[in-house]
Design a protein around this ligand. Structure first.
Ligand code: COA
Length: 155
């Protein structure tokens, strides 16, 4: 999970759903709009003690329903949980096919220069394709430039 400040959490609050059990939040999932035909599942997590009970699946289904409601055709995820997402209709895609905007959060990630997450996409075939402005694809190798002053913020 990427670090999120309180400011970011408040900004992104409407992107999120949580799963409650007996008044306690035991899972969460965000769905961010990336482009005219692309949303992204973010911060999907289920409390260790509640895994394997269908909660991750229900939260992912919520994200799919939300993409349907918004009529956005593709949903992506950057993940290590390939088998989980495959069960839910996602397929592995080449990272280079995703728009550059996807990587805007990578600057905050400690793995930004050696990202080993798997890119997966589910297409909602009943949502029509739309004509849209083209988004720049990611540069090969997905290396995000970091300003020196940013990297040395503690000095
Ligand atoms: C991935 C995660 C959200 C799954 O949540 P969960 O509530 O345990 O998953 P569910 O119980 O809903 O599982 C749904 C299905 O996926 C399968 N599954 C779950 N985790 C799996 C895994 N790691 N590998 C293979 N299959 C998995 C389940 O067996 C179940 O299959 P079934 O429908 O045939 O019974 C949870 O393990 C988690 O929070 N992981 C850490 C954070 C993370 O990696 N998030 C993904 C970032 S995008």
């Amino acid at each position: 999970m990427l670090f999120k400040s309180y400011a970011q959490l408040y900004e992104d609050l409407r992107d999120f759903a949580v799963y409650e059990k007996e008044g306690r939040v035991v899972g969460c999932c965000g769905l961010a709009i990336i482009w005219a035909d692309l949303t992204e599942i973010r911060s999907l997590a289920v409390d260790d003690a509640f895994r394997g009970q269908g909660i991750g699946k229900r939260l992912t289904e919520w994200a799919v329903e939300e993409a349907h409601r918004l009529q956005i055709r593709r949903i992506m995820s950057l993940t290590y949980e390939q088998a989980f997402f495959e069960k839910l209709g996602f397929e592995v895609v080449n990272k280079d096919t995703l728009p550059l905007k996807v990587w805007s959060d990578c600057v905050k990630c400690p793995k930004r220069d050696g990202c080993d997450e798997i890119a997966m996409v589910r297409t909602l075939h009943d949502v029509p394709m739309i004509v849209m402005p083209t988004a720049a694809p990611t540069p090969k190798g997905v290396s995000i430039p970091v300003l020196e002053s940013f990297a040395e913020v503690d000095d």
